[in-house]
Design a protein around this ligand. Structure first.
Ligand code: TYD
Length: 226
């Protein structure tokens, strides 16, 4: 899913809209249906004749994908939380410089499955790492590259776990987290969103996928004043 094939070579298409692209990130606890919503959103934007790049975190570059494999490997139970946080940040730093910045400069929109808020929510609120230190590491990783809009797919941990239970084959090291952890992450996300109401669009991820996709697109499109 990482690259839209047409754009993989970084030869971004010409734009209907002049000016820099927009960075839109999707966030939420595991099991909220982000993957489905990312692709619906990207195709809705594409229908407006805008070039869109779909990315996921951690990943999106060769280095980032290698880091992703380390992070999700069930054998790496000995990974300390500091290593985990730095690996997420390293993957993001690479993604910003190698892919996101050049794409935005060329007028391409970037829709990213997770970004800095994931580290704050999971490693910070979820695992209890110092929020200020995470903010500093996040700043180092992304520099001035900030999302124009962030969609928070909000769902109760019970509903999310029920959804994840339908895909036990896909459970990885980070999926195997307790309900309490998910609750902390969800509350963390809601706190981050409350602190930046202009950037965040909080939606109820429990509704049917199609209705949710429409709500997300119309709020982004309307909110960006296009
Ligand atoms: P993701 O691939 O989005 O998983 P899913 O499709 O199941 O939502 O993310 C992988 C896991 O990595 C997920 O459990 C969230 C976690 N994660 C962090 O803990 N910190 C981060 O900074 C990022 C980007 C992800």
């Amino acid at each position: 899913m990482l690259y839209n094939n047409n754009e993989k070579s970084m030869g971004f298409r010409s734009q209907k809209l002049a000016g820099p692209g927009r960075l839109i990130t999707l966030e939420g606890i595991d099991g909220t249906g982000k993957t489905t919503q990312i692709s619906s959103l990207a195709s809705a934007i594409r229908k407006q004749d805008i070039s869109v790049l779909e990315l996921r975190e951690p990943g999106g570059t060769a280095i980032g994908e290698a880091i992703r494999r380390i992070l999700l490997d069930n054998r790496n139970t000995g990974m300390c939380s500091e290593s985990e946080m730095l690996l997420f940040a390293a993957a993001r730093a690479q993604l910003v410089r190698e892919v996101i910045r050049p794409a935005l400069a060329a007028g391409t929109w970037v829709v990213c499955d997770r970004f800095s808020d994931s580290t704050l929510a999971y490693q910070g609120y979820g695992r209890g790492a110092d929020l200020e230190i995470i903010e500093k590491i996040n700043n180092l990783a992304v520099g001035s590259c900030r999302p124009d809009r962030t969609v928070l797919l909000d769902l109760s941990p019970d509903a999310a776990l029920e959804r994840l239970g339908r895909r036990p084959d896909k459970a990885d090291r980070l999926d195997i987290e307790g309900r309490t952890f998910m609750k902390r992450v969800r509350e963390g996300y809601l706190a981050i969103a409350a602190g930046e109401p202009q950037r965040f669009i909080v939606v109820d991820a429990g509704q049917p996928a199609r209705a949710l996709a429409q709500e997300i697109f119309s709020k982004i499109w309307g909110g960006l004043g296009i």
